[in-house]
Design a protein around this ligand. Structure first.
Ligand code: LR7
Ligand code: MN
Length: 584
């Protein structure tokens, strides 16, 4: 009996002790739990400020470490520290030749070290963030088609030089059927010196960047994959901040802030100042835009360097859990060559339960080319109409609700006629993943889009605007705003001659608007946040009147100059017919 009492007393004491220990632990957790930097899995990162740690954090999952380089890169030579490099006057021919072959000055790049130092464009606080020491292993995937040698290899070198070794599984180069000689055997030979860290696989036919990236994802060996264009330079300690949010939540895709590398001088410079934050949005013709991050989004953060949510991204540079990317079907394999894949992936991720975060402490430079130096190959010749618009159509038909599809077709009226192929597999996938509506996405994620690009009133007319007097068509002649409009031979292809007049009097061409001032009829930037305009078209007299000036669009019989003149309904030089177009 006494033995039993002894036992139960001991048990009681033990229980009490255990209870007290648990209680103390819970109090400790509550006291140290930092909403901004942690979640239920424990922490994904922490910020040290001076000698004091911002807040003690429960180390439930892993140790934290700071992966800043031990030494600063102190080098001298052409282009070092990211300064512009200029060639000698007698090298101008080489410069011109490479710019026309590659859209960038490869002759200039060739003179800059593959290991050059660049400008650290990060916020100061980024140097003091700590991240888990067991972040996932990463494959950096670089797809390329006919890129310049030194630019491609500087991308590779920058990754090797500025990535903590323990997180870099491999760099996977995927050649999309390049035909430049040096990208063949020479490249195989060159990467041998990296002892397997750099792998190269090649497509047996041109696939375009979208399918090539999906192939890279399948073949990669890392837990996380990071895509980079083949003309990038990663900045100091760029990778850990991209991996931490994925470590915390595998359905988060992360995007670095993109700096600019000048295509002529290879100057490395930030596109935005370090403490203004932007995020990716779009207009209804599916052109990618960036918008200053709304306060509502920034309020949830405590530090300027912390990631914030973004509706979409530019396309080229991002990190994602490899298996997650495969689970959501990689990219729609029906998207061809270039364009729209950034939206497809973004809508899919957000609508199907994931999220996209932009990461201020991760910066990567990208060469913005002067023009696209490659054609779309055989894939493009099979299809009528613009291949990029076909991609957009597949994306909006899969992810938009009916109401929003109308905005796209209003802005891009020719898209209705394009053959987008079969999207039934995409719709099945959307169903299987139980994805939310586009309305949900617009209200909860991309809520700043409608402020900048309101819903579009329907078009009253679209097509060529033909002068009755001279049978020529209103044309932007390829100039950007602000510039004078002109008349040209009507070619029937739309493009610079595809005018849209909407129910609120806005006359648009592409993403631009047509306005008038004392100089004449002009191509102008549309006023952000508005969809109305000054124009009134008379269906009977075929005149186009400016409602404020009460004057009509007139063509000068001799000079062909376009301007506003007192309305004269019998004057053929003031009469315009909207000629509907069909795809050629
Ligand atoms: O057929 C091709 N096969 C390829 O492998 C065509 C291209 N490529 C390669 C090419 O060599 C390069 O490495 O694919 C990569 C991207 O092509 P770019 O550099 O010609 O594209 P871009 O920088 O002009 O355009 C942006 O939009 C594209 C839309 O499909 C891609 O998503 C690009 O990755 C993307 N670039 C960025 O997001 C970088 C930031 C610039 C902006 C805005
Ligand atoms: Mn690019």
């Amino acid at each position: 009996m006494s033995f039993v009492i002894y036992l139960s007393r001991r048990t009681r004491t033990l229980r009490l002790l255990a209870f007290a220990a648990v209680l103390i632990f819970i109090i400790y957790l509550l006291a140290t739990y930092d909403k901004e930097t942690s979640n239920t899995f424990g922490i994904a990162s922490r910020l040290r400020q001076g000698k004091t740690v911002e807040r003690a954090v429960p180390k439930l999952v892993s140790e934290l470490g700071n992966f800043e380089p031990k030494e600063i890169e102190d080098r001298s030579g052409p282009g070092e520290k990211g300064v512009p490099h200029h060639l000698q006057p007698n090298q101008q021919n080489d410069a011109d030749q490479s710019e026309s072959d590659y859209g960038m000055n490869i002759a200039c790049s060739d003179e800059i070290s593959l290991d050059r130092s660049i400008l650290d464009t990060r916020l100061e606080e980024c140097k003091h963030w700590d991240y888990p020491t067991d972040l996932p292993s990463t494959s950096v995937i670089i797809v390329f088609h006919n890129e310049g040698w030194s630019v491609l290899l500087r991308t590779v070198h920058s990754v090797l030089n500025r990535t903590p070794k323990q997180f870099l599984k491999e760099i996977l180069l995927v050649d999309d059927y390049s035909d430049k000689e040096n990208l063949k055997y020479d490249l195989d030979n060159y990467i041998e010196k990296f002892n397997g860290k750099v792998r190269l696989i090649r497509n047996s036919q041109r696939e375009g960047l979208i399918r090539t990236r999906s192939r890279g994802a399948v073949e990669a060996k890392g837990e996380v994959i990071v895509f980079l264009d083949a003309h990038c330079e990663v900045n100091t300690n760029w990778l850990p901040p991209l991996l931490a949010p994925i470590y915390r939540d595998r359905s988060t895709m992360t995007v670095p802030i993109i700096d600019g590398i000048d295509h002529k001088s290879f100057e490395y410079r930030p596109v935005y100042g370090e403490d203004r934050h932007f995020r990716g949005i779009f207009e209804w013709g599916m052109l990618y835009k960036e918008n200053e991050v709304p306060q509502r989004e920034l309020r949830t953060r405590k530090h300027n360097g912390q990631p914030y949510k973004s509706p979409t991204h530019a396309g080229g540079l991002f990190a994602i859990d490899r298996k997650y990317f495969l689970e959501i079907g990689t990219y729609d394999p029906g998207l061809l060559v270039w364009g729209g894949e950034n939206f497809e992936l973004s809508f899919k991720i957000w609508q199907c339960g994931g999220s996209i975060e932009w990461v201020p402490c991760s910066r990567v430079g990208h060469v913005y080319r002067s023009f696209m130096p490659y054609n779309f190959g055989k894939l493009a010749q099979k299809k009528k109409g613009s291949l990029i618009t076909i991609n957009y159509k597949r994306v909006i038909e899969t992810w938009f609700d009916e109401k929003y599809k109308e905005y796209f077709y209003t802005r891009e009226p020719m898209a209705r006629f394009l053959d987008m192929g079969d999207i039934s597999e995409q719709l099945t996938l959307k169903d299987r993943l139980g994805c939310k509506s586009f309305q949900w996405y617009m209200e909860n994620v991309a809520y700043d889009v409608l402020d900048k690009f309101p819903e579009l009133p329907p078009n009253i007319h679209f097509g060529e605007m033909r002068s009755v007097a001279v049978r020529k068509c209103l044309d932007t002649i390829g100039h950007g705003p602000p510039s004078l409009m002109a008349v040209q031979h009507c070619h029937g292809f739309g493009n610079n001659q595809l005018m849209r007049l909407n129910a609120k009097g806005q006359l648009g061409v592409g993403e631009r608007c047509i306005e008038a001032d004392a100089q004449g009829i002009k191509l102008a930037f549309c006023r952000l946040g508005t969809v109305d305009g000054p124009w009134l078209y008379d269906e009977d007299t075929h005149t186009l009147m400016h409602k404020v000036h009460k004057k009509c669009v007139a063509l000068h019989p001799q000079t062909s100059h376009l301007s506003l003149m007192p309305c004269d309904i019998n004057n053929a030089y003031q009469q315009w017919l909207f000629n509907p177009l069909t795809p050629k």
